[in-house]
Design a protein around this ligand. Structure first.
Ligand code: BG6
Length: 458
């Protein structure tokens, strides 16, 4: 862990993402003693607030999340005191994204914190804002010099950028151009929180730490792969954002393709940084979709009356389509990608189906990303008795049964922790973003011609 003093600046500190994910994750890292010893959090927002108002707000956020301190093994077990200690590191910065003076003020505020720390400090800038603000924020950051690190290894400046990275190939490229004008690639951390999920990382451990699977992890033995991210909930209060984005852009272009890459990638030289990112990118670069492939797109009944959704919206809330990886290893093997909101159940799961031999039995490896996290293998055994019959049983590893679940960090804790230590393994590279849009953009164009099926609790 980089022990240099670190300032976390959250743009959009009062927003939904900040409340649901960032503030609880920062607090949890703090409570587990995983933040640098000297740190500050500066929350930037337009509200006419003083530091105390932000403290009150965060205290409520943390209390509402009913953080359960049991099993935390805390250095401090008094939760009220812990929250108070945490808040003593938090400051407020009032500003409007398009006002250049707000950034000059912010810089002065950060300078003061650095004076208190007595040295040039690391700065982590988190954009928890709608992408419509990116351009103006980047421009103002650059004008105020806030993008320039004050030091080298100690005294870095890094940015955490949330998806969506654009809407298609062209807009993604535009965003990349803007980012790369003011930051260098090692400074840019593009979040795909699925990469930071413990259960997704475990896929690589399963594949490469268990020597029995790698020889059969190919088109010779595998029939198909099915990747699902299904959610019971509808769009909730994100209708405004979601309408015009749709399921394929929202989770297909990123989370689902990243999981595909992890299932299909070759063994990297090491399990770190660019070695892994390059292997994922190699798969994304080879993705193929042909116009004759069967594609389904749907919209859940009731979507049109969600707040913020246009009454004649043609946005899909569900999709299912096959992707192929154009390499010898994966020749003609369909990777079926499926995601939807308003479904019967919530689950994220990857099922790898093996080819049948001369009987009906089929082995399936299932990575249970969430819930009931774990890995299962459908296995066939002889049914005890006098006949020669097979029966399906499940070999299973479960986080809960292994008493692992208290040790699993939330994906956002991992995101923040890795950004501080400068590890980009679990973040999307510029190549990965480019290749995934190259695959998705033609589908988005093609499928406008397809009917949009209405569904109810699919
Ligand atoms: C986000 C999408 O990236 O991922 C949301 O924007 C989706 O629409 C969410 O609900 C799913 O993430 P998780 O971690 O809840 O499975």
């Amino acid at each position: 862990m980089n022990e240099g003093p670190t300032i976390f600046v959250i743009f959009g500190v009062t927003g939904d993402l900040s409340q649901r994910k960032l503030l609880p994750a920062l607090f949890s890292l703090f409570a587990h003693n995983l933040l640098p010893k000297k740190f500050s959090i500066v929350g930037f927002s337009r509200r006419e607030w003083k530091h105390g108002d932000l403290h009150f707000f965060i205290e409520n956020v943390l209390k509402e999340r009913k953080i359960n301190f049991d099993g935390w093994n805390l250095v401090e077990n008094d939760s009220t005191k812990l929250i108070k200690d945490f808040l003593s590191h938090v400051e407020y910065a009032k500003g409007i994204f398009d006002d250049p003076t707000a950034y000059v003020n912010l810089k002065q505020q950060l300078d003061k914190i650095e004076q208190k720390f007595g040295q040039c400090s690391n700065k982590l800038l988190y954009f928890a804002v709608s992408p419509v603000f990116y351009e103006i924020i980047f421009e103002n950051l650059s004008k105020s010099g806030l993008n320039i690190p004050c030091g080298g290894e100690l005294g870095w400046t890094r940015v955490l950028v949330e998806k969506p990275f654009g809407k298609d190939t062209e807009t993604a490229q535009k965003l990349e151009d803007q980012l790369s004008r003011i930051f260098k690639e090692p400074q840019i951390f593009r979040i795909d929180h699925y990469l930071a999920k413990e259960t997704v990382q475990n896929i690589l451990a399963f594949r490469f730490a268990n020597s029995m699977f790698e020889p059969i992890w190919n088109a010779g033995a595998i029939e198909k792969v099915h990747i699902q991210v299904l959610e019971k909930n509808g769009v909730g209060d994100r209708g405004d954002f979601y309408d015009g984005v749709g399921a394929l852009r929202d989770v297909g272009q990123n989370h689902i393709l990243q999981m595909l890459a992890i299932i299909a990638m070759d063994k990297p030289l090491t399990m770190q940084g660019d070695d892994v990112r390059k292997m994922r990118a190699n798969i994304l670069r080879k993705l193929v979709f042909t116009k004759n492939d069967q594609v389904f797109r749907g919209q859940y009944k009731g979507f049109l009356s969600e707040k913020g959704v246009s009454p004649d919206s043609q946005t899909e809330t569900y999709f299912k389509l096959p992707a192929y990886v154009g390499t010898k290893r994966w020749k003609n093997i369909p990777f079926i990608l499926e995601s939807g909101k308003g479904m019967k159940e919530s689950k994220a799961e990857i099922s790898v189906y093996f080819k049948r031999l001369d009987c009906a039995a089929q082995n399936v490896v299932r990575f249970r990303i969430q819930p009931n996290e774990g890995i299962e293998i459908d296995l066939w055994v002889k049914k005890p008795g006098f006949e020669n019959e097979f029966q399906q049983k499940v070999l299973s590893f479960s986080y809960e049964a292994s008493k692992f679940e208290n040790e699993v960090p939330d994906a956002y804790e991992r995101v923040l922790f890795d950004c501080v230590r400068g590890d980009q393994t679990l973040f999307a590279s510029t190549d990965e973003v480019r290749y995934s849009w190259k695959f998705i953009t033609p589908i988005l164009r093609e499928w406008q011609k397809l009917p949009l099926t209405q569904y109810e609790n699919k």
